[in-house]
Each structure stands twice: as structure tokens, then as C-alpha cells.
Ligand binder design. Structure first.
Ligand code: SF4
Length: 116
């Protein structure tokens, strides 16, 4: 399952670093009034985001004899994903202490309430 627990960018806390909380290292620490030195987002092992990355051990091995190896191009974001990212950014500007995952849940809750 593609969640924080299985993401190579996540450092789990707790017993044997399995969570339930952990630190996401996708982006540099975020500086806020509360954390003027910066702090990485803290997420639950069951959280996820579109930046999920597989662990190196699960990636297929490269053929070093192959003449050329090029990473896949990132696909452009679709309109819905871009709008979601803008809403999450807006939420985090309004609530700078919210983690990315918290902001995402808050935006999803707002969307769910609007659909009712
Ligand atoms: S928030 Fe995204 S990038 Fe960060 S650990 Fe979770 S899945 Fe990985």
C-alpha cells in the first residue's frame, strides 16, 4: 500500500520505528512561529500524499551494462490535483502549524461537506 509507512521519505517513530507517527522528509523543514528553527512535517503511518516514493530495495535493479538509463519523466499534474495542492497551500498559510497531511484531510473534509 502506498502510504507513509511504505514511503522511503518517512522516518517512523516509536517501537522499531514503525509509528504510528513519523517524520516526512519530502521537503525541507518548515519554519513557523512555533518552530523558528524549522520542523519536518509529522504524519501518521497511514497518511499518504502524491509524493510517495518506493524504497530503493523495491525498485527494479538497473542494468549497469545498459547503454543508457533515464528516469521516467514526471507526469504533469491534472487540474484536480493542482486545485487540491493550491487548497492545501492556502490552508497551511492560514494554519501554519498544520502538517501537509492534516491540511489535506481538512480540505477533503470541506469537499465532502460541500458534496452533501
Ligand atoms: S507525506 Fe507523502 S512524501 Fe511524506 S512520507 Fe508520507 S507519502 Fe511519503
Amino acid at each position: 500500500m502506498n502510504n507513509c509507512y511504505s514511503c522511503r521519505l518517512w522516518a517512523g517513530e516509536g517501537v522499531r520505528e514503525r509509528g504510528p507517527h513519523g517524520i516526512c522528509h519530502r521537503f525541507p523543514p518548515v519554519v513557523t512561529d512555533r518552530y523558528p528553527d524549522g520542523k519536518f512535517p509529522r504524519t501518521l503511518s497511514t497518511d499518504w500524499c502524491a509524493e510517495w516514493r518506493p524504497h530503493p530495495a523495491s525498485e527494479p535493479e538497473r542494468d549497469l551494462e545498459a547503454p543508457e538509463w533515464t528516469p521516467m519523466e514526471a507526469e504533469p499534474l491534472d487540474e484536480t490535483t493542482e486545485l487540491m495542492n493550491k487548497a492545501i497551500e492556502a490552508y497551511r498559510r492560514r494554519f501554519p502549524h498544520a502538517s501537509h497531511a492534516q491540511a489535506r484531510r481538512a480540505v477533503e473534509d470541506l469537499i465532502d461537506r460541500k458534496d452533501d
